[in-house]
Write a protein that binds this ligand. Structure first.
Ligand SMILES: [Zn+2]
Length: 299
């Protein structure tokens, strides 16, 4: 309970890299914060992989320092209540040499999944969010770190309430688990435009390692669609501070001004509680969430 006796709505986003939160969910975070929800973030890696132009180094010595400084700035814009850094190394894309680094999230999840699951469980038990969001099973666009944190978070969601699973925090059961989705129409239009331009949708991005067709093939059904049209300014502002990663203005499937119309929503697959049918049945992630803290603690 808060000091005024009102139970708080709390949302935990469990993502992999400094920039995933802004590029992926900037509009949604801005909306919920404005509505009084406390929003927390797990950022599992330091975003070590890749090169950064000298003008974006901010006088800092290493890439992780730059990425985390950008995250701190984005966190101030988006007004996270708290950011939890798990500080694994960025694995880079599937099959890259960095994904073999034993300290990378992807490699660590394979050698010791229990450790990653435990750390996410600890955060869930500390934050006590009613709602948890992570990536879909394809990690959005196939990034190994996204897939690792998706698996760890899904498992931690189940373990958090288990009284026989011991951490320093009390057991706690969040009420809803979502996977973030990518609007199908946006991807379909993007593929169509790439074909028109003679580009290969299976080899996209600076390193040609993003497969837009596979993103489409791995889109899961949406059950929740939240309108974020009026939050594009905050979304863009938070994305812009991740300037070393293009500031959200890098690769685009279509002109920026179209987004508001093609994609005025952020969509999610509801994993728990499982929907009876694959259709949109809610427009708010806190729909039917109980704010009675006493009830939550005994679930
Ligand atoms: Zn990422």
């Amino acid at each position: 309970m808060t000091s005024n006796g009102q139970a708080r709505r709390r949302l935990l986003i469990s993502y992999a890299h400094p920039d995933d939160e802004s590029f992926g969910l900037g509009g949604l975070i801005a909306k919920y914060v404005e509505e009084g929800v406390e929003v927390f973030l797990i950022c599992a890696t330091n975003g070590d992989v890749g090169t950064i132009k000298p003008e974006h180094m901010r006088g800092l010595a290493t890439i992780p320092e730059v990425r985390l400084a950008e995250l701190a700035e984005a966190a101030a814009i988006l007004k996270f209540k708290k950011v939890y850094l798990l500080r694994y190394k960025d694995s880079g894309m599937m099959g890259s040499p960095t994904s073999q680094d034993p300290e990378s999230l992807w490699a660590r999840y394979h050698s010791d999944p229990e450790e990653v699951i435990r750390r996410v469980t600890e955060v869930i038990r500390e934050v006590r969010p009613q709602v948890v969001i992570t990536f879909n099973k394809y990690g959005g666009y196939g990034h190994p770190d996204h897939i690792a944190i998706q698996r760890a978070t899904t498992e931690a969601f189940k373990r958090a309430a288990d009284p026989t699973y011991h951490t320093d925090q009390r057991p706690y059961q969040p009420q809803k688990l979502y996977y973030s989705n990518i609007p199908k129409l946006m991807i379909q239009i993007g593929i169509w435009m790439m074909r028109l331009r003679g580009q290969d949708p299976r080899r996209v991005g600076v390193n040609r390692d993003i497969d837009i067709q596979a993103i489409l093939d791995n889109i899961e059904p949406s059950h929740t669609r939240v309108n974020i049209r009026q939050y594009y300014p905050q979304w863009d502002a938070a994305s812009a501070v991740h300037i070393s990663q293009g500031g959200g203005g890098g690769f685009r499937l279509f002109p920026k001004s179209w987004r508001k119309w093609i994609s005025p929503h952020q969509s999610f697959t509801r994993i728990y509680p499982k929907p009876t049918r694959d259709q949109i049945d809610e427009h708010d992630m806190f729909h039917q969430v109980s704010l009675d803290e006493l009830i939550e603690e005994t679930v």
